[in-house]
Design a protein around this ligand. Structure first.
Ligand SMILES: [Zn+2]
Ligand SMILES: [Zn+2]
Length: 273
């Protein structure tokens, strides 16, 4: 099983998971050109991409959909409310055979994968995180949430890999230049996860099985990758879990699964600074 962070942050999010035969993207908030370039950079076969699982309809998660509908035959996994919101925002139609409807809390079998969307608190129509399972390997992507709810923690238990939002440092946000209403939105229970809350969740869900954590959706203005890393390291110190920070511009990949952790990840870590 492989995971790649293609982009993460308020200017566009895209994560990739592969079992060697099929690739599932989670969100497509960067252009199709960038998706192609970044997969190519990681020597990842574009031809294996079969579908995109959408977390919610904010533009940094869906921007490429109109182009992908025209230029690829990929399917789109999304809940009914999220798909309705996307169609309204982008003023597009989606052919029935390109849409695989999801319901939060209900697992779906996709190409032999178990895809489980689960509700997260965020100011969108029906936002979800994803738990993905394949060949005994479990991973989750959880970004764009105001609170680490018990439901989110439940779905992040016994993971091999977790991509987790670590959006802002609360003090930097409070003292920063964002207008007060925007600060309030980010800090609210349907906003974004702080470094502190991300670390709290990490502590709750950590198990010896957790091989890797990628901190994602960092704010460029209200965070510093070192602060995010430091908060998570407080939890991971003396534990064997590898930690990386996803960025807006530099893709990287992790190979995991039985016997695959270790060297490759350390090597890749060099790329993200
Ligand atoms: Zn976002
Ligand atoms: Zn969002």
């Amino acid at each position: 099983m492989r995971y790649a962070s293609l982009a993460s942050g308020s200017k566009g999010n895209c994560h990739a998971f592969s079992d060697g035969e099929s690739t599932l993207l989670v969100d497509v908030g960067i252009s199709f050109l960038q998706i192609r370039r970044r997969l190519e950079e990681l020597a990842w076969d574009l031809g294996q991409v079969k579908a995109v699982a959408i977390t919610h309809e904010h533009s940094d998660h869906i921007a490429a959909i109109p182009v992908l509908l025209k230029r690829t035959d990929w399917s789109f996994l999304a809940t009914e409310e999220t798909m309705a919101a996307i169609l309204a925002i982008q003023d597009i139609d989606i052919p029935a055979h390109r849409w695989i409807p999801l319901r939060a809390g209900h697992a779906l079998d996709w190409e032999g994968w178990r895809v489980l969307p689960f509700a997260i608190p965020h100011d969108a129509a029906d936002p979800v995180g994803y738990r993905l399972e394949r060949d005994g390997y479990s991973a989750a992507v959880v970004t764009d949430l105001g609170l680490p709810t018990a439901l989110v923690a439940d779905h992040c238990s016994d993971l091999d890999h977790l991509t987790l939002e670590s959006n802002h440092d609360v003090q930097m946000l409070r003292e920063g230049s964002y207008p007060p209403p925007l600060k309030a939105r980010i800090l609210s229970r349907v906003g974004h996860l702080s470094n502190e809350s991300a670390a709290e969740l990490l502590d709750r869900v950590w198990s010896p099985r957790l091989a890797s954590v990628v901190l994602a959706h960092l704010s460029e203005q209200n965070n510093d990758p070192e602060l995010a890393r430091f908060a998570a390291m407080e939890v991971l110190r003396h534990r064997s879990t590898q930690l990386q920070v996803a960025t807006q511009t530099s893709p990287f990949l992790l190979s995991m699964g039985p016997g695959e952790t270790g060297d490759g990840m350390m090597g890749e870590e060099m790329r993200i600074e």
